[in-house]
Design a protein around this ligand. Structure first.
Ligand SMILES: NC(=O)c1ccc[n+]([C@@H]2O[C@H](COP(=O)([O-])OP(=O)(O)OC[C@H]3O[C@@H](n4cnc5c(N)ncnc54)[C@H](O)[C@@H]3O)[C@@H](O)[C@H]2O)c1
Length: 375
C-alpha cells in the first residue's frame, strides 16, 4: 500500500457508494464527483477554519470540471450542530433556489458532515450529498455510513436521520493543517477498529501510531484506508445498527456522558471523550472478569504513548450515570454497553446492572481523588 488513491465501496444496494481516499483529491474533486452528480451545480457547506485552508483548492477542482459551486460558511465547533444553525442553513440553501437534483458538498469535520448531511436528508425530502471529510475523525468514521444529526437540549445527536452520501472523498493532505490535538482525537476512532475487531491492527498501531500522529503521511493513508474498509464492511452488513454496527459505539456511551458533563466544547473533544470511554470500557470489562487486566493495561499504555488523555478529570458518578441513561441505545430501561473480552473482541452487553455501573463509576472517582491527593 503506497502512494496514489484507493477506491472502496460501501455496498448498500441502490444506495451503494464509493469512498475515495488518498492524496491530492481536492484538486480533482470535480472529476471524482462528475459521475455521481445529477446537475453541474453544487452547494458547498463548510466552516470558517476549513474555508480558509481548503476551500479554494476544492472550488477550483470543481470549476476545472465545469461544476458551478455556491458556498455557505458556518462557524466552526460543535455549537454549530444545533437547531438554530440547522434552520439557518436550510433557509440559506433554499434561498439559493436549489432543485431536487442539486447536490450538497460537506467540506469539513464531523460537525459539518453531520449537519450538512441532515440538511441533505431534510431539504426537498432529500438531496444528494458528497462528504469531503477534512479531519481524521471524519475521514475514518463520521463521513462513512450515513448517520446525520444535530445536538439538542436533551443530548447529542438526538435529532437526525440515517441518510447515505453518494460519494466520500477523503483527501489525507488536508490532515496536514489539522491542529495536533484534533488529529489525536481522531486517532482514538482509528484505534477503535483495532480494539473492537482486529487485534493485528492494534499491534500495527502500537508499532506505528506514534509516527502516524506525528505526521507520517503514508501511515496516515494506510490507517484511513483500513478504517474506511472496516467501516464500509460494518455499515454494509448492518446499516441501521440492529447488530454489529453497534460495536462502533465502543467507548461512546461513557464518552457521550463525559462530553456532556464537560459541556461539549474545547474542554473535552469528542474523540478525547471516546478515548476515555474506551479505557473505561476496558477497565470495567477487566473488573467484571470479562477481559484480562493486562489487555486493559496495554490499551492505556498505547494511549499514553501517543499522547491521548487517560485521566478522567473530576466526575460525579450519579450525574454521569443519569446522562448515560439518556443515551439512544438504552433499551427497555437497560443501558447497553459495549465491553470487550480482549483486544479485538468487543461485544454488546445489557447485563451490567445500574448498581454495578454506579460502583464502577464511584471507584473511578475515588481513584482520581486519591491520585489528586497523592500529588
Ligand atoms: N455521523 C457519524 O457517524 C459520526 C461519527 C463520529 C463522530 N461524529 C460527530 O463528529 C463530530 C466531531 O467531528 P470532528 O472531530 O471532525 O470535529 P469538527 O468538525 O468540529 O472539527 C474539529 C475542528 O477542526 C477544524 N478543522 C477541520 N478540518 C480541518 C483541517 N483540515 N485543518 C485545520 N482545521 C480543520 C474545524 O474547523 C474544527 O475547529 C461530533 O459532532 C460527533 O458527534 C459523527
Amino acid at each position: 500500500m503506497s502512494g496514489g488513491s484507493a477506491h472502496l465501496r460501501v455496498e448498500l444496494g441502490n444506495r451503494s457508494y464509493d469512498i475515495v481516499a488518498g492524496s491530492g483529491l481536492l484538486a480533482d474533486a470535480g472529476d471524482l464527483m462528475q459521475r455521481v452528480l445529477r446537475q453541474k451545480r453544487v452547494v458547498v457547506v463548510t466552516d470558517a477554519h476549513v474555508a480558509k485552508l481548503h476551500l479554494k483548492t476544492l472550488a477550483s477542482g470543481l470549476a476545472k470540471a465545469g461544476i458551478a459551486s455556491e458556498i455557505l460558511i458556518l462557524p466552526p465547533g460543535e455549537g454549530t450542530k444545533d437547531f438554530a444553525h440547522f434552520e439557518k442553513l436550510c433557509e440559506d440553501i433554499l434561498a439559493l433556489g436549489i432543485e431536487r437534483s442539486t447536490a450538497l458538498v460537506a467540506l469539513g469535520g464531523g460537525v459539518i458532515g453531520d449537519l450538512a448531511g441532515f440538511a441533505a436528508a431534510s431539504l426537498l425530502r432529500g438531496l444528494d450529498y458528497v462528504q469531503v471529510p477534512t479531519t481524521l475523525l471524519a475521514q475514518v468514521d463520521s463521513s462513512v455510513g450515513g448517520k446525520t444529526a444535530i445536538d439538542v437540549k436533551a443530548g447529542k445527536n438526538l435529532v437526525g436521520a440515517f441518510y447515505q452520501p453518494v460519494l466520500v472523498i477523503a483527501d489525507i493532505d488536508t490532515l496536514a493543517t489539522l491542529p495536533p490535538r484534533e488529529l489525536l482525537a481522531g486517532y482514538a476512532e482509528v484505534v477503535k477498529y483495532g480494539l473492537i475487531r482486529d487485534r493485528a491492527f492494534f499491534d500495527w498501531l502500537e508499532q506505528n501510531g506514534a509516527a502516524l500522529v506525528k505526521g507520517d503521511a503514508e501511515l496516515r493513508r494506510q490507517a484511513v484506508l483500513k478504517s474506511c474498509r472496516d467501516k464500509a464492511e460494518i455499515v454494509a452488513a448492518d446499516e441501521r445498527e440492529a447488530g454489529e454496527r453497534a460495536l462502533l459505539n465502543f467507548g461512546h456511551t461513557f464518552g457521550h456522558a463525559l462530553e456532556a458533563e464537560a459541556g461539549f466544547g474545547q474542554a473535552l473533544l469528542h474523540g478525547e471523550a471516546v478515548a476515555l470511554g474506551m479505557l473505561m470500557a476496558f477497565d470495567l470489562s477487566a473488573r467484571l472478569g470479562l477481559c484480562p487486566k493486562e489487555s486493559a493495561r496495554r490499551v492505556r499504555q498505547h494511549f499514553e504513548q501517543v499522547g491521548l488523555k487517560t485521566e478522567l478529570g473530576r466526575i460525579d458518578a450519579d450525574s454521569l450515570l443519569a446522562r448515560m441513561r439518556k443515551d439512544k441505545k438504552v433499551k427497555d430501561g437497560r443501558i447497553s454497553l459495549i465491553l470487550a473480552h480482549d483486544i479485538g473482541q468487543a461485544f454488546i452487553s445489557r447485563e451490567v446492572t445500574d448498581a454495578a455501573l454506579r460502583e464502577f463509576l464511584s471507584q473511578q472517582t475515588k481513584t482520581l481523588a486519591s491520585a489528586t491527593r497523592a500529588h
